[in-house]
Design a binder for this molecule. Structure first.
Ligand SMILES: [Zn+2]
Length: 443
């Protein structure tokens, strides 16, 4: 048991609630009540001395639901800074894919650990990820104790290969088997389609059949660049990527759509009507020169919006706070409208929207009987004072130094700069070894 004593929190409407005690028992938020000395006497009397609750002093601190990073390729930390100054097509085909071909499951294990260290330090408690060499990724996530929805997407450049003959299929089967043996739902298998331009209709249909059979969410990249969007129209009788996937039936499953920089109004209608989710990745879109999504318009069409960092090779960090601030600043500037994307809306995108999009019930809010997935911010620093509106300070003033603690399912994974379940020195050594090995192989 853990007691957050005399702490502030943001409630489900992101309203600042002050001076409460929050009791965490096992993996859930058991009780929230106004702070007093005798709130939990009943609970405490049940504990013997060995199981005394840990008390965390909440003075000058605020607790929020932990954050959801809804589009990432976590082992791409291994490629951070490799392949700079290129547009998406050149970046992918001349740098990223050749490097990725060399990766082993041991490499993705270390790359994932490095990414998870960044996730935990920025308050991320769950993420939706698309990558390959899945056993290495799952081993890392399992050891660290964070939540994730994972897929290995079909990525193909030659027609005729069946989905069931691909590495993606083997990785998906690995994930389903893992879930069978680990029914906690910490790791959830999704299905994945890399994009329209890296798949064929027959494969998409085979993937769809697999997703329907196993009741899987589908993650895909959609209308990320103008080139992709227009090329799809030429290839498929004027259909946008959204129309193309809709006509194939993909939207019968719940879809997590990354980027959407070039989605049109007709696309937004399809996305909204099929309860699909758009994930905004502002840093990656800007850095690759892809453009910038009209998130204000997405909201006008009542589309559910989440935020993602994308991979570290195109961002180049995995800080969801910076990502969220960037989303707000660019949107306001671009549309010359300071009212766009209020702090509460942005916080909703990286908390409850993520939980719902990942199919996780009773997650994403600080509320009794909800999962104890949370992040505690330290307010006792110059950049967080004074407080007129706490949500505004979190979005526009907070930085990684303010993240005091990250907890997943009642377990503290990060506190005061220290990791509980990963060894950062070992990880840094391993990723530099891998970098040198791959560069030697590529030269
Ligand atoms: Zn991506």
């Amino acid at each position: 048991m853990i007691l957050l004593k005399n702490i502030d929190y943001l409630d489900h409407n992101f309203v600042h609630q002050k001076n409460v005690d929050i009791l965490i028992k096992d993996n859930i938020i058991k009780k929230i009540s106004p702070s007093s000395d005798d709130n939990f006497d009943d609970f405490f009397s049940e504990c013997n001395s060995e199981h005394h609750p840990e008390i965390i002093d909440g003075k000058n601190k605020v607790v929020l639901p932990g954050f959801y990073n809804m589009h990432s390729h976590v082992p791409m930390t291994l490629l951070r800074g490799y392949g700079e100054g290129l547009n998406l097509q050149n970046w992918l085909f001349t740098k990223i894919f050749p490097f990725e071909n060399l990766l082993t499951a041991e490499d993705t294990y270390w790359g994932t650990l490095l990414g998870l260290s960044e996730f935990l330090a920025s308050g991320i408690i769950s993420f939706s990820d698309m990558y390959m060499r899945m056993p290495g990724i799952v081993k890392a996530i399992d050891e660290v104790g964070i939540k994730a929805n994972l897929c290995n997407a079909i990525t193909d450049f030659g027609p005729g290969i069946k989905f069931c003959e691909t590495e993606a299929y083997r990785d998906e089967m690995f994930l389903l088997e893992y879930m069978k043996n680990n029914p906690t739902q910490k790791i959830i298998a999704d299905a994945g389609i890399h994009a329209e331009y890296t798949s064929y209709p027959e494969q998409v249909l085979q993937l769809l059949e697999f997703a329907v059979e196993n009741n899987l969410i589908i993650q895909l990249h959609l209308s990320e660049t103008a080139f992709e969007h227009e090329e799809c129209k030429q290839r498929h009788q004027g259909k946008t990527p959204t129309e193309y996937f809709f006509d194939l039936g993909v939207f019968q499953q719940k879809c997590i759509l990354a980027h959407g920089v070039y989605v049109e109004e007709k696309d937004l209608r399809i996305i909204q009507q099929n309860a699909a989710v758009l994930v905004h990745n502002p840093a990656s879109n800007l850095k690759l020169g892809s453009g910038f999504a009209s998130v204000g318009k997405w909201l006008d069409f009542d589309v559910t919006v989440c935020i993602g960092t994308d991979g570290a090779a195109s961002n180049n960090d995995l800080d969801i706070l910076q990502e969220t601030r960037l989303a707000a600043l660019v949107q306001k500037g671009l549309k010359r409208n300071p009212k766009l994307l209020k702090p509460e809306q942005l916080l909703q995108m990286i908390t409850i929207n993520g939980a719902i999009a990942q199919g996780r019930n009773n997650c994403g809010q600080i509320e009794e009987d909800y999962a104890a997935d949370l992040v505690i911010f330290d307010l006792d620093t110059p950049n967080m004072q004074p407080v007129y509106d706490l949500a505004t300070n979190i979005i526009y003033s907070a930085n990684l130094k303010n993240v005091y603690l990250t907890m997943v399912d009642g377990r503290i994974l990060y506190r005061n700069g220290e990791y509980q379940t990963l060894d950062i020195e070992k990880i840094k050594f391993a990723v530099n070894r891998i970098k040198n090995e791959k560069l030697a192989q590529l030269s």
